[in-house]
Design a protein around this ligand. Sequence first.
Ligand SMILES: Nc1ncnc2c1ncn2[C@@H]1O[C@H](COP(=O)(O)OP(=O)(O)O)[C@@H](O)[C@H]1O
Ligand SMILES: [Mg+2]
Length: 358
Amino acid sequence: MAAAVELDGVNVTFGDFVAVRDANLVIEPGEFFSFLGPSGCGKTTLLRTISGFIEPTRGSVRIGGKDMKGIGPNRRPTALIFQNLALFPMMSVAENIGYGLRVRGVPRHERDEKVKNLLIQVALAEHGHKQVSELSGGQKQRVAIARALAVEPSVLLLDEPLSALDLKLRQHMRAELRAIQKRVGITFIYITHDQGEALTMSDRIAVMNAGVIEQVGNGRAVYAEPRTPFVASFVGENNGIRGRITSVANGEAVLDTPIGTLRGRNPVGLAAGQDALLFVRPEALRIGAGAGALFEGEALDVAYEGSVTHISMRVRTGQKLTVTLGGGAADALPQPGDTLQVGFEPRDGLVLAKAADA
Ligand SMILES: Nc1ncnc2c1ncn2[C@@H]1O[C@H](COP(=O)(O)OP(=O)(O)O)[C@@H](O)[C@H]1O
Ligand SMILES: [Mg+2]
């Protein structure tokens, strides 16, 4: 089977500004694929390029194996859902969903049958007769999805569709969207700046920074095996400590840093003499004299949250680090002002190349 979507050296520029730089990607049929990155990194531009509202300045987009050059948005097998849904307020739920079919001249009975099935797929079977204004935010969301699915796209593109909802509903809709995607089985391409959304819903995630796809992988890979400092700091909390590599051996690197000599894994194969960053997650840091202390610092703030405690601390260079302790540590929590001995296992340290502009 042909890939659902292939990007081949896609560049999009606006004047001198490069919004998307050299995107290469293969998205498989039936995947829930997310683009994750901060506001302004080029996610919407890339989505609009896939849907045909923007032609790439360079490179090509293939959908289902077919080059899309010169093929306009309404002739592509894609449907796009925006943040503001754009439902028709004067129509019922069923009329909204059947709209695209009516425009295409699909006969009434066929249309009704299809709308009925779509209502079931988005769990709105009892709501077809209602006015859009009678629905909750989450229900409106599902109407927008059903309406987009009605014309049987092979790829559904979703541009931050949950960002207008409140937190609770947003979290509920994650599971809901994922379930709908599994039921209908088509490719979903989802864009978001929210790592929680991307991690919980996606089969794979492309992490974007300033127009560049820095890493593609499943949630576990981008969280546990980041390959760039940006991915390491954008996906989840992380502590990054600068230094210079003094030696490498057995997949590990030893880093000379202003707070001491630190050791971590060296997955990208950096060499001695290179400037680098060592990343260690807050939950991988240990405190206490018995922890194989590597450096020390001063506790600034100790936030007990029951299941975890977050400690903000400052090391000799003035840099602030975060330590997260599990609930079991509650009896022996430090106080602000305490000197902390801090250590971590080399396997929990990750040594990555310092970004060119860092
Ligand atoms: N039509 C346009 N003309 C000029 N610049 C644009 C245009 N569309 C987007 N940009 C710029 O491209 C960058 C990426 O925008 P966008 O793709 O909307 O980012 P995101 O969706 O990740 O927030 C931004 O700096 C934005 O200002
Ligand atoms: Mg956007």
